[in-house]
Ligand binder design. Sequence first.
Ligand SMILES: [Zn+2]
Length: 567
Amino acid sequence: MSRMLSWRRGGTWGPRSGAPTPRFDSASAIVISSPDDLARLKPRFMRALSDKFDAEALAGRLVPVLLEDHSVAIFALAEHVGSDQADELARRIRERGGASSGPVRYVLAAPLLLAISRRQLSGQVLGPPAGNRVSSVRTAPAEAFQDVVEWGVRHGASDIHLNVRQGEPESEIKYTVAGQYLAPERFRRLPTSTLFDMLCVAWMDIQGGNGAVFDPGIEQQGSLQRQVDGKRIVLRWSSLAADAGPSVCLRVQQDAAAGLPTLEQLGYLPDQVRSIRRVMLSESGAVIIAGVVGSGKSTSLAALITGLPAHRKVVTIEDPVEYRIPGAIQNTIARHLDTDTHAGFASKLRSLKRSAMTDVLLGEVRDPETGRAFMDLAGSGVNVYTTIHAPSAQRIPDRLASDFIGVPREFLATSGMLKLLIFQALLPLLCRHCALPMQSLLRTDAQWEAHPSGMRWTEWLNLVHALYGRELDLCRVRNARGCESCRHGQPPELHGYAGRTISAELYEPDLAAGPALSAMDAAVCKARQGLIDLRDIEARFHAFETEAMRRSAHGVPSGFQGLKVAS
Ligand SMILES: [Zn+2]
């Protein structure tokens, strides 16, 4: 070994000798953001050379790689591309004749770098993987997983989906952002083995999970925490042993102790917030929030509870705790699919009932056991707040009475028992900088695709006007090209959008036969203010043509004011 070398075998750095190298300017590194970018690289990428340069211990951060022209380049994570270790690696590559100057440094996302360092991704078929040191085996998939989580959190994803396709070379990572199921370029075409390694390592940090190791053959649940940009993020893990391989869904929950959004900030209309506050003044009975998966029910519930006065004793029963609610006594009761914790659930409930609480948040009613808990609590005269999967506010009693949950109809029909039923949906907000006037749909030169039903846009606009009146001047439509403000770092499916908003319907069974304003109409209210694209309302609820047919079937007059009965 030459005296010039300062890199010791085994991954420690010794004293340097030789001339100092000028600092590398990190901004000059070339970014490879996806496997497709990598495939287009000229000269072509061949394989990792970590073993040749004794750099296995750095594999999660820095990887020397061979290119087709026999030069050696450095692939690095952004935060390591200009590090001392990268400089040392560069020096070593030059000394071994791997690069006349440089070498060229590239910045890669952690999962991609991981796949390359583990030789799961290469320009040609390779020999057996190098014997990586234990530390790099442990940390590289963890960093890759962190990268996956960070992307989701920074893009406001409600869920991260890691779909392992066993038996296929590539698997996928998808995100639910603003209700859309997206595959960002950055994580496309990931080797299946890389994804699998990431899941195995991530599961090691799971809390309250069933199983000591990640098991692709069974359904597993649990939660884990990560820090992203200084904030604590809770991920609820739920895996499905699907035919093609394990499909892991991570529900992203931000710890909102410092500032849960208010109901208004979430998107509830001022009148609706007033009604909720009014209903919450009365003693006993249930407030239930329904919605589809990922519609933000738990967030709304937490926001609602946070508004309770300090003289009420609030207890929560959650599986697991999703938000820290100031002043509330929170209880995690984990119930697993394959373990018998039901006795524990029942005894916890009995203790809670003796604790003289006035208000209880029951995370979700979803099966006979939580159905019984709901009945037990609501029947004992405390205020109960919970969530449920149901397609509308009016269908909540049907869902509770269904065979899946089994709450008797007589119980539900008791006056005051179902105090307030809410249904909410989450819709993307238009970017206020680039949204276009709705009339631009009529421009023939423009970007518009046809209406999904094949209707011409003039016909569609006439229908919308007939349904909702002429006051649609402020309505705007999404600019799919986006602008500087909304495009940055976002996948193309989200260009033209900025954030999300809830549209909700409120139903007090004791007072009326249905909600005064349907969630779809609440969304139309926002579209009239130019906040939501009417076309997104159709996609989330139903076509305006269907709405017109429903109205005529129910004898409801057209026009926005005439709406008293929905569905
Ligand atoms: Zn924009």
